[in-house]
Design a binder for this molecule. Structure first.
Ligand code: COA
Ligand code: MG
Length: 288
């Protein structure tokens, strides 16, 4: 499991120099450098060279770096892989993954090149087939995480958009469960109305409550909200510390269960409490 944070995962079109440059100063935990849907067909060739040069010459610090290539079945996929492989990418995000065979095919190509010995694979889960095959996709070679492609998914499902995402809940939860079972990262889909902070907040809270590690974002304006919501709140940190204290006191008395604020605290709650404190500590160090 990647222990780095993935609260805010920002898409940057590989064709936009200004955005690529700006990203070095943005508070994104991870960046998806996109060669796929955010890049117009006429720009594909220029974008892959620009992106490879930029990634080689630019220091993006601790941010995780994922390069989204075009699907290998498209006319651009092989060339994207060829150019990007030469710069030893830490991760390739494969779009339109419907089955583990798609990941296996990419893994074989990566196996064949020494530069990509360490490269991990992330999969876009953005089709009904992918949702149904999520369990086997999550266990495919080199898999490190799922990115939910909710716009493509909604298109293929023929569903309408609702603020509560009732229409997508099963399609979000099946891959999420598969990711948890395989011990890989799972990041929620984008919120399209990038100037609507309140709507973004609601959707981030929903994704966090479901268990996603973070949210994919399309605009720098969205970073603050995602970082805040996917971090433990002050109240959660305080509660975690009090739970640990109460449990330690109970253990010292020879008891296996503590009671705090009228609720039982068992060993399993202490595991979560310690994870909360570790996350809060790790996120605080990031902003130092
Ligand atoms: N990453 C980094 N910087 C970004 C950015 C992004 N995704 N989106 C915008 N910016 C930068 C702009 O370069 C601009 O920088 P500057 O003011 O220093 O020059 C600043 O943020 C403000 O941008 P703004 O003018 O508000 O946005 P826009 O109208 O130019 O672009 C979008 C709006 C949605 C087209 C643009 O944000 C975008 O391309 N997002 C990514 C879309 C994407 O990747 N989709 C694929 C996955 S769904
Ligand atoms: Mg897509």
């Amino acid at each position: 499991m990647d222990t780095r944070p993935f609260r805010s995962v920002l898409y940057i079109p590989g064709s936009k120099e200004r955005a690529l440059e700006k990203a070095t100063t943005l508070a994104a935990d991870a960046i998806i450098f996109d060669l796929e849907d955010a890049v117009a067909i006429d720009e594909k060739a220029r974008a892959r060279v620009l992106l490879a040069e930029t990634l080689q010459s630019t220091d993006y610090g601790k941010r995780a770096k994922l390069v989204r290539i075009n699907a290998l079945s498209t006319e651009w996929g092989a060339a994207d892989l060829d150019v990007i492989a030469s710069i030893k990418p830490e991760a390739i995000l494969l779009p339109k993954v419907d089955a583990p065979e798609h990941v296996e095919a990419l893994a074989k190509l990566l196996d064949a090149r020494p530069e990509t010995a360490e490269t991990r694979i992330w999969a876009m889960i953005e089709s009904p087939k992918a949702v149904l095959n999520a369990q086997t996709i999550a266990c495919a070679p080199r898999m490190a995480g799922f990115i939910m492609g909710t716009n493509d998914l909604a298109k293929d499902m023929g569903c309408r958009s609702r603020p509560d995402r009732q229409q997508l809940l099963t399609a979000l939860q099946l891959p999420l469960i598969a990711a948890k079972a395989a011990g890989i990262v799972a990041v929620d889909g984008v919120y399209n109305a990038f100037r609507d902070e309140r709507g973004l907040r609601t959707e981030c809270e929903q994704g966090r409550d479901m268990g996603f590690d973070g949210k994919t974002l399309i605009h720098p304006l969205q970073l603050r909200v995602a970082n805040e919501i996917f971090s433990p709140s002050e109240a959660e940190v305080t509660l975690a510390m009090r739970q640990i204290e109460a449990f330690d006191a109970a253990t010292a008395r020879g008891e296996g269960v503590a009671v705090l604020d009228g609720m039982i605290v068992e060993n399993l709650h202490i595991v979560t409490a310690k994870q909360t404190l570790a996350k809060a500590q790790a996120f605080a160090e990031l902003t130092e």
